[in-house]
Design a binder for this molecule. Sequence first.
Ligand code: 8Z2
Ligand code: NDP
Length: 283
Amino acid sequence: MAGPSEIFRPDLLAGRVAIVTGGGTNLGRQATAELLACGAQVVIAGRREEVLAATADELGEGCSYVSGDVRERADADRIVGGALDRHGRLDVLVNNAGGQYFVPAEAIAAKGWRAVMRLNVEGTMTMTHAVAEAAWLGRPGAGGTVINVTVSPHHGMPAMAHTGAARAAVEALTAELAERWREDGVALVAAAIGRFDTESLRKYPEIVVRQAARSVPLQRLGRMQEFAWLVAFLASPVGHGLSGTTVTLDGAADNWWGAWPPELIADDEGTVPTEARRAEPPA
Ligand SMILES: CCCCCCCCC/C=C/C(=O)SCCNC(=O)CCNC(=O)[C@H](O)C(C)(C)COP(=O)(O)OP(=O)(O)OC[C@H]1O[C@@H](n2cnc3c(N)ncnc32)[C@H](O)[C@@H]1OP(=O)(O)O
Ligand SMILES: NC(=O)C1=CN([C@@H]2O[C@H](COP(=O)(O)OP(=O)(O)OC[C@H]3O[C@@H](n4cnc5c(N)ncnc54)[C@H](OP(=O)(O)O)[C@@H]3O)[C@@H](O)[C@H]2O)C=CC1
């Protein structure tokens, strides 16, 4: 059962209906719990029916699922059709399904590049079009919000060139479609997220997982609940005011290239020296 929200009103999203792709696991599941806590009804989607069924069962009333592959238009239409049949409306799409594997740029095989593009860019586009065409475009008074999960930092990701390119494409599409579909009442926002404390992060090489928090200025991994709060916030009416933008939740990883303190200038205690003040203020 999804408990009450720690920060939002229980009726913030009352009467709203959301689809969360990848909603059966980790960040998607936590976001689903928060949307439910804010009064929304949520249809979660993913390829593994048993995973979705377990999550829907655990989160309880208001949560249901449709299994399918976001890369296939027929599946996307089935997911959207299932949500509309059940609830008669759609207000929010969270394109959370996504991912990549950890590999130096020069070792990315063409097939792997295509797999990452297909999942993150095409999967996002396919679901977005399926929802917009079935529920929003050309329907006066309708409309809704698309939340596209992307990845921060934007200044380059070690061993993730394929996902950096894919997520940049999604952010560009977010801006483009926000302009194209504005008059249909459709808002699109990208949520560029950093390094989160999830089971999914643990598939990466051990040293990457161990050092991930150190590489963030905030010196800790993001918490799944923080992601879930951001999703609920963007799903609220304020999402329309942010349409076309990318909101970053990354512990400031976008601002800094390395670990703090930077090893090259830290002393043995790990302290970075500060500049001495001038003895006298300038005349
Ligand atoms: C300092 C701190 C910094 C810290 C840095 C850490 C920051 C982390 C930030 C982000 C974290 C997350 O996103 S965590 C969330 C992670 N979750 C996920 O990634 C789940 C979704 N991912 C996937 O489904 C897969 O990874 C993905 C490849 C994208 C799609 O799968 P598909 O089934 O379509 O593709 P597959 O059949 O598996 O693979 C297709 C091809 O891809 C390539 N390929 C796939 N996996 C491969 C691998 N491990 N190594 C090499 N190559 C691989 C091969 O060419 C494969 O072809 P063959 O050789 O013929 O098989
Ligand atoms: N964890 C982290 O630190 C970070 C995560 N992210 C991003 O956040 C999002 C969620 O990640 P997270 O929860 O950590 O990882 P997960 O691996 O748990 O999430 C991926 C989800 O997407 C679903 N999925 C994958 N491929 C498809 C597909 N083709 N069709 C439908 N569903 C699919 C998976 O279910 P199934 O396999 O059953 O289909 C799974 O539920 C991803 O986009 C990820 O890249 C970004 C930055 C950092």
